[in-house]
Unconditional design. Structure first.
Length: 215
């Protein structure tokens, strides 16, 4: 069963869900399979279909992955923020504070999330050219976003995280992934949401992002 959402509503209300994940309600395998079926209808570079989705619902394995998630989280690096970054991040009052509050909550409770979805793509981009990186990431990101939209339509919440990146090799070993051939693109917690009344976010005005004919 899916939520009664128009396409525009689905696109504008698929949020990064951290504090409204239902930790006590298992996610049926059939729903995850439906989401993956839709995800693999996404565009893919040269039709290579190099995508993979690793799903972990087993409690002991989830605890093992949760430990990696937490340890990797404090090791991650991010590009320095510019003044314009700070302006955009705070276009809505307390928006940045809410994001980091949600991240702390998720980290504290990550072991309670009923399902983890780790999207992966064949081919690594370590030290690759921008052209190669664009082609590889362009072949996994659309499918993952389709997965997240399909999840939202079924009352499920997700959030794209890259917390696994600093310990990707360790995570790959735990999951039996051939690290030298396959890249773990993200780490998605997946659960039913507490309520489904998500709203569009406050974003910077269109005039700041839309360019006609030239920059």
């Amino acid at each position: 069963m899916t939520l009664d959402l128009t396409p525009d509503q689905l696109l504008s209300t698929t949020r990064a869900v951290r504090k409204r994940l239902d930790f006590d309600r298992p996610v049926p395998r059939s729903l995850i399979e439906e989401c993956v079926d839709l995800a693999t209808q996404a565009p893919t570079g040269r039709n290579r279909q190099r995508w993979h989705f690793l799903v972990v619902t087993d409690a002991p394995r989830r605890r093992e992955l949760a430990d990696i998630f937490r340890r990797a989280l404090v090791l991650g690096e991010a590009a320095p923020l510019t003044g314009r970054d700070m302006e955009r991040m705070n276009v809505a009052p307390r928006s940045t504070a809410k994001v980091f509050d949600g991240l702390r909550y998720l980290a504290d409770n990550i072991h309670r999330v009923p399902a983890f979805v780790i999207p992966a793509v064949e081919g690594r981009t370590d030290r690759a050219s921008v052209e190669i990186q664009a082609g590889t990431w362009g072949s996994i990101l659309p499918s993952v976003w389709s997965f997240m939209l399909a999840a939202r339509a079924r009352g499920l919440g997700t959030v794209w995280t890259t917390a696994q990146a600093p310990l990707e090799r360790e995570l790959a070993a735990v999951l039996g992934v051939p690290y030298d051939k396959v890249m773990l693109a993200a780490f998605l917690p997946l659960a039913f949401t507490i309520g489904t009344d998500f709203k569009p976010a406050v974003r910077v005005p269109r005039e700041q992002v839309l360019h006609w004919q030239k920059w």
